[in-house]
Each structure stands twice: as C-alpha cells, then as structure tokens.
Design a protein around this ligand. Structure first.
Ligand code: CA
Length: 724
C-alpha cells in the first residue's frame, strides 16, 4: 500500500520543488504499478489526509452523481462535467454578465502554475471548489471564489515519458463523481482522488507501460463507470477505450478500435467485421485509432459516443498496402455504456492518409432539420468537414467544409468524403489542406441554443505530404511513414500559403458560416457560450475576449500574458458570476510547427485567470524572455554532409518537441540559441539523460555520439542563419 500521494500545500506552486520532494517515493510507486497494468486496483484507501484546514468548509462535492449530472443543464451556477453537461454543449445559462456590462469585466484572482509548458484544461466547479489540471497531469483545487489553493496533487509522471508524447506534457481536465476527482496521467494511469482533500483513493495502470501510450484527455463518468482512452498513434499503438468502476478501479470493459492479429480470436463481432477493411500486417505496428479526447453521452438513448483517431503510420500505403477503409480509424463510435459494445459507427475519413482524427469535440443537440426535430451529434473533425449525424442510428444528415479543403471534393449522399485525385500525394509531394493540425483540433467548440450556432476555433492551414518509401517502424520513434517533417512549407507567403485561425460561427442546420473573427495565427482557445449572449475565447497571441453571439462584434478584451489554447468556463457563487480560463502557451503546435507557431512575444507561462464584473486585479506580466546564448562558431572539420545529416536526424528525433527548422515555439528551449553550458554538456543531455526529469530524456538507444555532434553542428548553423 502506498502511504500517500505526493502533494504540496505550498502556494508557491513550485513544481520543481514538489516533484523533487517526491522522488524518493516515485520508484516504489511506478514499480508497483508496472506489474498490474491490466487494470486491477493498486492502492485502495489508507492515504493520510492533510492536516491543513480548507478555506471553505462546504467543499464536498459528494452529491455529484448520475442524477445531478443528468440535471446539470438546469443548474446554472456550476460546471460539473468536462463539456458542462453530458451533451457537451459548453453553454451556460448564466446571464449576469451580458452584452451590456461585459466591458466592466476585470480580473479578480489569478494563480501562477509556474510552468512554461502548455495548458489545455477545462476546469470543473462544484460546491465552491474549482479543479484545474496543469502540465505533467498535476491537479490543483482552488476556492473558486478567492483562488486560495486547497490542495495540489502531482502524480509524479517520469520526465522521460515526454519522449513518447506527440503533443506536449498536457492534460485537458478531470472528472468529478461521488466525492472523487478522476485523473488520467501522461504515463497511462487512471487515478481517483478524494475531492475534498486531494488524497489518493486508488490508481490503476490503463496501458502497457512498455508501449508508447499516453493519456492527455479528461475522463468521463456515468453509470458508476469512469471512461478513459489514450493516445500514441503517432508512435505506433493499437487504440482502445476502457471503463473502470468508479468505486474501486476495477476494469469493467475495454473496447478496441482497430482489429488485432486476424490469426487470433477477435475481441468482438465489430472487430471481425472491421478486419475485412484492412490489408497487410497492420497489427504489427498497432494500426492507431486512439481515443484521446472527444466523448459525449445521451442518457435517454443510453449511448456513449467516442471519437477515434488517425492511423499509424499516417501514410496508408505503409499501413494497409492493399487498400481498405481501415475501420474504425477516424470514426465516431456509439457504445453501449454498460458493456462497451459498438452499436453504430460512422467513419468521417475512410482510409485515413493525413492524420485526420475524429477525436475532436463531440456535441449533442436537438435541432429542427427539414421540419422535424432530430437528435443530432455534431463534430468538426480535423478533415475540415462539419458533420451532422442522427445520434440514435448514426445515419448521415449533412456535411460541408468549414475551412479550406483540398484533399476531398465534397461528400457523397452517405457522407463519405470524395477524395480529390489531383491532390493525392501517393504519386509525389503535395500541399494539402487541412494539414495534420486539422481544420479544427481538440480545442472545444460551444453551442448557443438561442442563436442555433456552433462556435468553432477553426484554422486554415496546409502541410506538405510525401510518402517515405524507406520507412520502417521504429519503436518509441515518430512513425508517420512520411518522408520529411510535416510542416515544411505550411507558411510560405511567396506562394500565398499562410496560417489563419478564426472564431467561426457555424450554422449546423444550413451548413454555412454565419460570421467569423480572424485571429493572427492558428491554435486559438476553445470557446464558451452563455445566456448573456456572449462567446468567450482566448487567442494564441495572448488575449482573452468576449464577442456578441449573434454577429461576432468584439465587446471586451484583456491581455493575459501568454497564449490561450484551453476553453473557459463560467460559474456563480454568492450571486457573482465568474469566468475562468486556464491559459498557457505550449502543446503540439507550439512544439513542432516551428515558424508558423513562433508568434512574436508569445511564451509559455501557465496561469489560471478568473474574471468578474468590477474586477481590478492587475494582469500578471508575461514570463521573462529566455536569454539567448551566444552562437558559437561551427566546430572545426564539420562538412556540408554533416550538416545535412544533422538536419535529417533532428527532423527524425527532435523536431516533434523542438520545432520545424529548430524554431522554438515559446514553450521549450530554442535550440538555435542554447547557452554555452548546454553546448558544453550536449552529449550528456542528449545521450546521458541528465535532464530527463525536466522532460528531456536520453536518446542513446537511437543516436550515436557522432550523430549527436552532427545535430549540434546543424543547430549552431541554424543559429547563425537566424542571426543574419
Ligand atoms: Ca495524430
């Protein structure tokens, strides 16, 4: 039994200190977890609660159960579930802040997460407590009115796990149920905490820790179950979603999303059918299809909807060389929540070839379409088409492109996209819209029942795709099957190629744009709609704003000191409406997109910001600009061939976190301008793993010292180029 979880009640929020205090216990914790990843209960009860008293005695969310979650839409004051309700509309009935008074909005409290890594969390608010997650799967509980820290829980994710993350050390939030907080961790654990104290109740390993799985998404709770998926399809895994008993962490069911080895028995009839849509030896590298974000639940139909991700590798000619649609990649699955049985499926991108996940936000609503009220499911997946489906049957209703789309010419009467043969990259490199970042990514949308519009954080951006004919699966490496990095050429003003992010108001019935507000770049924040007829959204370039829901007129804006990716929420305590956003630039786009994501003066600097009418607290300044080390001369004897090889190796092993062309995106060190100390210890860092605890693990299994020197020389040459 584990005595207690690693916690810190220090309001300094210093992750580094908290993490090092817990190092001694980390070994025991992780080792005992490794042995039982299949899903039994690891540590039940027995943790010691903190002696510190909380700042508000009414902090027990004990009563958040199925009945209360089912009524969450009626209760205006709280935000009990990830998308506020099971339908995930992210609409609040609060109207104290409205179009007339929103200009009086000001900051009332803020909390410094003391991190430069990306923040993607949707907070929850119940009974006066606010629950927010930061990088490294750390959970914070605040007094929602004052911002006083009630507790903090650090699951002590090993820093080296960062190597098998496509998109940063991020987390998108927790679930709240029957007095507990449920958290998925980057290293694949599902953890139950006492909501009042933050002490550990149980934890289970939901993934095989020898494989490059990870969890960044928020669990969902229903019918006594905690539902959790995972990520890892960029590296080569087989996707699945699991349900664990909320009470004790026992595995209730697991539904795989792609078939395994057809020589072995299939886990279900659905997978037996799906196997006919695959060819070759896909199971050897997993196939992909991870369930890493979007879910929704309809208690009347008793259906749980989950979104399934892209194929692994991305290039389908490597994944399924004889063709086939590759079910259930890039699909929406309707599951029976008691058993995990697949009731229906809809594939938004058959035969995915572009990293077009269908894990994006799944939203349920009842819409009048052609004179009758339809129970619909809506999704704006990466592929650029806005889909409206009948959520009872999975029947296709409509789909239209909401951003520039070149890979397909439209959809047929069944909703199947019609591929554009002129944009087929199997015959040679092509610029394709959207690229792997998608026309819309994980950033949540919102629906306003008054306007009938869906507010999408959309983006118009392309990527250059080219099959790598020499690709071979490499365990724990990026496995796209594409020849060069994704992002070359995604910004080329001379060729008219740019990146445009928008707040897009979309009419899902007419399938057309109502209005849009264009932002400076892509990867802007998720959205919130309120009965005050306001749409709130943060931007990648460091602003937080409110727009009129009907026409997009901007009514209020505040700087926030860092880029915003997450969606805000709103709640009311003692008659005061608050709006809170967890801000902090970082994540996959900032880490990997290089020049496209390097916005002027935008840096990581995670903070929770809570606003109310009349608030007068000063906005905290941006985190200081990191010093730029002097660029040393190229080492003697470095040849052009060394630099080319360094470039190639960097793209293969380093680009995913340190950016295209080694242009840092403001969240991790910019390797073009490393300090003399880093250059001195370059081999110790890259091969010796001396900074593994900070998320820079050893690459000794895939790089030799001479290769590391080639990478270093290329980085120095990049520094000189950037100084020209
Ligand atoms: Ca992906």
């Amino acid at each position: 039994m584990i005595a207690s979880a690693c916690m810190s009640w220090s309001t300094s929020g210093d992750d580094t200190q908290a993490r090092s205090r817990c190092v001694a216990r980390r070994g025991a914790l992780v080792l005992s977890v490794l042995g039982i990843w299949a899903g039994s209960c690891l540590a039940c009860a027995g943790s010691s609660p903190p002696s510190q008293s909380t700042s508000n005695s009414a902090a027990s969310p004990q009563s958040v159960d199925d009945a209360r979650l089912a009524r969450a839409g009626e209760g205006a004051d709280e935000w009990l579930a990830h998308g506020r309700t099971w339908s995930e509309q992210r609409f609040s009935p609060l109207a104290d802040i409205d179009t007339e008074n929103v200009n009086q909005l000001g900051l009332v409290w803020t909390f410094d997460l003391e991190t430069t890594r990306g923040v993607e969390a949707t907070p929850l608010m119940a009974d006066g407590s606010l629950y927010v997650t930061g990088p490294w799967s750390v959970v914070y509980a605040f007094d929602a009115k004052t911002g006083a820290l009630r507790w903090k829980f650090d699951p002590e994710v090993p820093g080296g796990h960062a190597r098998v993350l496509c998109c940063g050390v991020v987390n998108r939030g927790v679930a709240l149920y029957r007095g507990r907080i449920y958290l998925g961790t980057l290293d694949g654990r599902l953890i139950a905490l006492d909501a009042k104290t933050g002490s550990l109740v149980w934890e289970v390993q939901t993934t095989d820790p020898t494989l490059p799985y990870s969890i960044t998404g928020a669990p969902r709770v229903l019918q006594g179950l905690v539902v959790i998926g995972n990520g890892g399809a960029e590296f080569g895994v087989r996707g699945y979603v699991s349900a664990y008993r909320a009470e004790d962490g026992e595995l209730a069911w697991r539904t795989w999303t792609v078939p395994g080895n057809p020589d072995l028995p299939f886990e279900s009839k659905a997978l037996e059918m799906a196997a006919y849509t695959w060819t070759g030896d896909w199971w050897k590298t997993g196939g992909g299809g991870t369930v890493w974000d979007g879910m929704a639940y309809d208690p009347e139909l008793d259906l749980l909807y989950v979104g399934v991700g892209n194929g692994s590798p991305h290039a389908r000619d490597h994944r399924s060389p004889g063709g086939g649609d590759n079910l259930f990649l890039s699909s929406i699955l309707a599951l029976r929540p008691a058993t995990g049985e697949v009731v229906w499926h809809f594939q938004t991108t058959p035969a995915d070839n572009w990293d077009y996940t269908s894990t994006q936000h799944i939203m349920l609503a009842d819409l009048e379409i052609d004179g009758r009220v339809r129970k619909v499911l809506m999704q704006a997946p990466k592929n650029g088409f806005f889909f409206v489906l009948d959520r009872e049957t999975g029947e296709f209703i409509s789909a239209k492109p909401f951003v520039k789309v070149t890979w397909a010419k439209g959809v047929d009467v069944h909703g199947r996209p019609i591929e554009n043969p002129d944009n087929d990259y199997s015959k040679g490199p092509q610029m394709v819209w959207p690229g792997p970042f998608g026309g819309h990514n994980w950033h949540p949308m919102a629906f306003h029942p008054g306007t009938g519009l869906v507010y999408i954080p959309s983006q118009d951006m392309a990527s250059r795709y080219e099959v790598d004919p020499a690709w071979e699966h490499r365990k724990r490496s990026l496995n796209t099957g594409l020849s060069t990095d994704f992002f070359t050429g995604s910004v080329d003003p001379d060729a008219g190629i740019s990146v445009v992010g928008s707040l897009l108001a979309w009419d899902p019935v007419a399938q057309r744009e109502a209005w849009r507000v264009e932002h400076g770049g892509a990867w802007n924040g998720g959205t919130l709609a309120t009965a005050g007829d306001l749409i709130f959204q943060g931007t990648a370039d460091g602003r937080f704003a409110a727009y009129r829901a009907q026409d997009g007129e901007k009514l209020w804006e505040s700087p926030v000191g860092t880029g915003v990716m997450a969606a805000p929420i709103t709640y009311r305590i003692d008659g005061v409406q608050y709006v809170v956003v967890a801000a902090g630039w970082g994540s996959g786009y900032s880490l990997s997109a290089g020049p496209a994501a390097a916005l002027p003066a935008v840096r990581g600097g995670g903070r929770v910001l809570t606003f109310a009418l009349g608030g007068e607290v000063e906005i905290p300044p941006p985190s200081p600009e990191p010093p730029r080390g002097p660029v040393p001369p190229l080492p003697e004897g470095v040849s052009e061939a060394d630099l080319r090889e360094g470039d190639r190796l960097f793209a293969r092993e380093c680009l995913l976190c340190h950016g295209t062309f080694a242009v840092g995106g403001g969240s991790v060190p910019d390797l073009r301008f490393s300090s003399p100390e880093v250059h001195e210890r370059f081999v110790d860092i890259t091969l010796g793993g001396i900074r593994a605890d900070r998320g820079m693990p050893s690459f000794a299994d895939v790089l030799t010292p001479s290769q590391v020197r080639q990478i270093q020389a290329w980085l120095i040459s990049r520094g000189h180029q950037s100084l020209d």
